[in-house]
Ligand binder design. Structure first.
Ligand SMILES: Cc1cc2nc3c(=O)[nH]c(=O)nc-3n(C[C@H](O)[C@H](O)[C@H](O)COP(=O)(O)O)c2cc1C
Length: 182
């Protein structure tokens, strides 16, 4: 039986203070069972623009990202849509992983917090890029759980029981996938 803690890296595609996407991931970390260590990635604003051919080791923020990804059993991405696709900042993060294959075969899922009918362009691009980098997309964990700004409390968390139940289901799917693969 698998007894160790499963580490999930939570990556928000929003750089905005008060982000609904980041609040959703913060809430996922808050409801995670003891068997899960869910860490919210905090380096998106510090990542330099991707430079093809440059050694990632020359950039501390990139080295830190690579270490976070290497330590993770699974990755959960929650990103807004900008101009019909991914925000440039998270595409930039993903570009840094191409040459070093940091996401190759990494169980990865996404959570969409946009209301139905919105955010499809970001999901489609994410699906394309994750396919390109060879991530193992955990389809059963890819979910839409809408979050509005008003749903985020003063504590920075999403309080609704419906969201929290969905968040637990996402974690359970990721956990089950990692356990099956072990
Ligand atoms: C520059 C910009 C472009 C946007 N483009 C889209 C878009 O194409 N489609 C969409 O559904 N929402 C779009 N939005 C709305 C954001 O996705 C929405 O505000 C989201 O809640 C932001 O996420 P956050 O709260 O985590 O920062 C855009 C917002 C900004 C700032």
């Amino acid at each position: 039986m698998r007894t160790e803690v499963t580490r999930i890296l939570l990556i928000s595609g929003s750089t905005r203070d008060g982000s609904t996407n980041t609040a959703a991931l913060r809430t996922i970390a808050a409801v995670a069972p003891p068997s899960v260590r869910a860490d919210l990635y905090s380096g998106l604003r510090e990542l330099p623009a991707f430079v093809p051919g440059d050694d990632p080791a020359g950039y501390p923020a990139v080295t830190a990202l690579r270490a976070d990804l290497a330590a993770a059993d699974a990755v959960l991405i929650c990103t807004p849509e900008y101009a019909g696709t991914l925000p440039g900042s998270i595409k930039n993060l993903l570009d840094w992983t191409v040459g070093t294959a940091d996401l190759y075969e990494k169980p990865t899922a996404w959570l969409t917090v946009a209301v139905p009918g919105r955010g499809g362009g970001a999901e489609a691009t994410l699906s394309t890029v994750l396919g390109y980098v060879g991530a193992e997309v955990v389809e059963s964990a890819c979910t839409r759980l809408p979050v509005l700004g008003a749903d985020v409390g003063d504590d920075g968390l999403v309080g609704s029981t419906e969201f929290r139940a969905g968040a637990r289901r996402v974690l359970a799917e990721l956990l089950a996938h990692v356990a099956r693969a072990a």
